[in-house]
Write a protein that binds this ligand. Structure first.
Ligand SMILES: Nc1nc2c(ncn2[C@@H]2O[C@H](COP(=O)(O)OP(=O)(O)OP(=O)(O)O)[C@@H](O)[C@H]2O)c(=O)[nH]1
Length: 789
């Protein structure tokens, strides 16, 4: 196998933020967006343009203010310190990233139509390779628009070490040495997948070679040193053709194929008139994968998804097991520190229908199908098909909505889970990519009635607009608050209000801090209690859990099981099996701890419900008590000028407090993941010696040996390793707690310092009136939008 030269040595990661897209040279005027998609309403489009405009103008104001501050000097120590703090604040505002990527995860069984769907959503018929022949997407593919000129793909390869680790597993799966049973490898999906990978990378004789022989073939000699390859093409078809060997697992392809050693692929669409830059759709492979890195990527990428799309062909959607499984996983991700806020069920291939059969099954009369004897035969057939499609779309939509709403309610009433999204955030869409492309050319105005591809775009746009509005509101308010402070600084000499209010507000600030710290300590103790119970339960259940994993699945005598177990051990307890789906011994052993963390988190770390004891409730009450103190009426004797200065300071402090709590929420969401993952990572670490020992076992009768090793390890060590798991989770939580304390203390201290600062006036401060007037105009517009919600 040979590889083409790479030009990726200096390439940026696929997760690059929009502000830093490599093909957007700094200083170059950004191309104007020309959105032509009718699924975006004129109001949305207008709003979107305004968001861009307000964001750019606010950043410009920040830069101008920073420049003025940098040009100012003072040799008086108190002025110098204040100037430094002001510059630091403005610098932070300048650097603040306002458009973090929004990820939409697209899941579904192989062949469900995910790639075809993404092509239709992006209105690029031939972008992602699709297949009718059973070949499937093997790596995670991220698709997004960007401001470059060409269609681009960044292909990231697995590291050589990572591939060699997987290679050992693949060789073992194909090997004969452990085959003391009569299993026919042809029937074993695990072995089939392994053989396919080895043949793809090392040729047809690959599966017969030893690990050492395969390593000697040194396939990495031709892989770019950067581990990345970039493709750039003028059109989507050409890019797709070149991408194909990196994406698809197609057993009898003749050209060079690279997919087994590809870690992930990012595809960039230029001049995209459909979706905004920064919205990333992720096509998750539909098949199991034995590669550890790719499995981990699967998990982390899912955690980052704001929206999850579960795709299945309409004829199977209602009963498909995988749809239920992915729904369960998305909910788990949403609660376990993930960001998922809505789930959409997408039923594809709605055009694929046997209309006569369908009409018979559902006893549809001609009247119901709007058919008359006058219709000629052709029109009759077409109308019948269309009526049946519409009938099925409606029926499946209603059934699925009901089914998943019930599932959702069950989860809620069981009290085991509190979700960040509500029942209304579960949507069902019925789509036909085939129909979409047909109508797109001939009758674009009919697209809306026949397929919900445009509604899916609207779904994304809504998500995007909601996020931008939130971020922009906080940002503009913070800049406005800073300018209020700056224009009031020159006029506060001898301001008796500042002097008199400082003590009261400082006291309130300090009390809030103490309250919050106490609350954090309380919830820390509560987590400790929860985990204590979790450890006890985990200890009790550990024997049963390991037994379930080491016995052939479902009690059936599955003869090839020793290979699956070997694969699980070689992957440290985690294996995405082609036959059984995802297996995670570590998570299952530590499940009681995870459940306790869930329970704890439901009552303390949720943000969508302002219950008094939740984090949101706490934040709201601190904000309210501080705002009330800040807003307390002034003594009547204050001069108009002093009252004006005080009003500026009050608004400054309030915007700062708002911004602080917004950032804290974001930080908690990000850090939550670490302590959520801690128990299973810790158990994995404790189980590692057993996995390694089991992996080393070879030869006849290997299965009983492996089982014995795993079972005995759990029996002997379970007390120790669940306590370690508890300690690790606590350590992660304490780390989050200390960082939160530090952040809230640091930022509130600066807010107070600035809110009551005095410019002694030895040197003049620059005039910021122009910038203040500019930001006030923007703030009024942004504020109006939020107020109208
Ligand atoms: N009739 C019809 N066929 C479709 C539609 N969408 C997809 N298909 C076909 O379904 C097959 C599989 O589609 P893909 O998009 O490759 O499926 P996938 O889910 O990406 O599959 P993996 O790559 O294996 O994960 C292809 O033959 C598509 O042409 C549709 O709306 N109507």
């Amino acid at each position: 196998m040979e590889f083409e030269d790479s030009e990726g040595a200096n390439s940026t990661s696929s997760d690059v933020r929009r502000n830093q897209t490599p093909e957007t040279p700094t200083g170059r005027k950004q191309r104007k967006r020309k959105l032509k998609d009718p699924s975006i309403t004129a109001e949305d489009y207008e709003l979107w343009k305004n968001y861009d405009k307000w964001e750019a103008e606010t950043k410009k104001i920040v830069e101008a203010v920073l420049k003025k501050l940098e040009d100012s000097n003072s040799n008086k120590p108190n002025e110098e310190d204040l100037l430094l703090t002001l510059k630091k604040k403005m610098q932070q505002l300048k650097e603040k990233c306002l458009q973090e990527n929004i990820y939409v995860g697209v899941f579904g069984q192989t062949g469900a139509g995910k790639s075809t769907l993404l092509n239709a959503v992006f209105k690029e018929k031939s972008l992602l390779p699709t297949s009718s022949s059973g070949a499937c997407t093997s790596a995670i593919i991220k698709v997004q628009s960007y401001e470059g000129r060409k269609f681009k793909a960044e292909i990231e390869f697995l590291s050589e070490q990572n591939w060699n680790d997987e290679l050992k597993l693949l060789v073992e799966l194909c090997g004969k040495e452990d085959s003391d049973d009569e299993v026919d490898d042809e029937d074993d999906m695990e072995v089939e997948t392994a053989k396919n990978k080895l043949q793809t990378v090392y040729g047809s004789s690959g599966p017969e070679k030893s690990y050492e022989e395969l390593v000697k073939m040194n396939i990495y000699q031709n892989i770019p040193k950067s581990g990345k390859k970039i493709l750039r093409e003028d059109n989507a078809e050409e890019l797709s053709r070149k991408l194909d060997p990196y994406i698809r697992s197609q057993p009898c392809q003749t050209s060079k194929i690279y997919w087994p050693i590809v870690k992930s692929i990012s595809v960039y669409i230029p001049y995209c008139q459909i979706l905004p830059e920064g919205v990333v759709l992720i096509d998750f492979p539909g098949l199991g994968d034995s590669n550890k890195t790719r499995s981990e990527m699967w998990k982390t990428n899912l955690m980052n998804c704001s929206s999850v799309w579960i795709v299945s062909a309409i004829c199977r959607a209602v009963n498909e097991k995988i749809v239920h499984e992915i729904f369960g996983t998305s909910i788990k991700s949403a609660t376990n520190g993930g960001r998922c806020h809505d789930v959409a069920f997408i039923c594809t291939k709605t055009d694929d229908i046997e209309e006569q059969e369908y009409a018979r099954d559902y006893r549809l009369t001609n009247e119901e199908m709007n058919l008359t004897d006058d219709n000629d035969l052709l029109e009759y057939d077409g109308k019948q098909k269309q009526s049946c499609i519409r009938h099925r779309n409606k029926h499946v939509k209603e059934t699925m909505k009901k089914q998943y709403e019930e599932k959702w309610t069950k989860l809620m009433t069981k009290g085991s889970t509190q979700l960040e999204f509500s029942k209304d955030d579960l949507c069902v869409y019925t789509v036909s990519a085939k129909q979409y492309w047909k109508l797109e050319q001939k009758e674009p105005s009919n697209i809306f009635a026949e397929t919900e591809i445009p509604s899916l775009r609207k779904h994304i746009i809504d998500l995007y607009m909601k996020e931008r509005k939130k971020v922009l509101n906080i940002y503009v308010s913070e800049v406005w608050g800073m300018l209020l402070l700056l224009i009031s600084l020159n006029q506060n000499k001898q301001n008796e209000i500042l002097k008199s209010r400082f003590n009261t507000i400082n006291k309130a600030f300090q009390m809030s801090l103490e309250d919050f710290n106490e609350h954090l300590e309380d919830i820390c103790r509560s987590l400790q209690d929860h985990l204590k119970h979790g450890v006890r339960e985990a200890e009790k259940k550990s024997g049963q859990v390991i037994q379930q994993h080491i016995e052939p699945r479902g009690g059936r005598n599955y003869q090839g099981f020793h290979k699956t177990l070997k694969a699980i051990c070689r992957n440290d307890g985690v294996f995405n099996s082609a036959k059984f789906g995802p297996i995670d011994i570590n998570h299952d052993l530590s499940k009681p701890l995870h459940q306790k963390i869930d329970h704890f988190s439901d009552s303390t770390l949720q943000f969508n419900k302002g219950r008094r004891h939740s984090m949101e409730g706490r934040f709201n009450s601190i904000k309210l008590s501080l705002t009330n103190i800040i807003d307390e009426p002034l003594p009547t004797k204050s001069t108009a000028e002093n009252a004006w200065v005080w009003k500026c300071r009050k608004d400054f402090m309030k915007t700062e407090i708002n911004g602080l709590f917004y950032d804290l929420k974001k930080q908690i969401t990000e850090r939550k993941q670490h302590f959520y993952n801690a128990p299973s990572l810790s158990v994995q670490c404790s189980m590692k010696p057993a996995y390694e020992e089991a992996t080393r076992k070879k030869g006849a009768g290997v299965l009983p040996f492996m089982k014995k090793i795993l079972k005995e390890h759990v029996e002997e060590k379970h007390e120790e390793f669940f306590k370690d798991a508890r300690d690790n989770a606590m350590e992660q939580f304490n780390d989050m707690k200390e960082k939160l304390k530090k952040e809230i203390h640091g930022r509130m201290t600066i807010t107070l310092e600035l809110g009551f600062s005095q410019w002694s006036g030895h040197n003049p401060l620059p005039d910021f009136q122009k910038e203040f007037d500019q930001i006030t105009l923007i703030w009024n517009e942004v504020k109006d939008l939020s107020d109208s919600d």
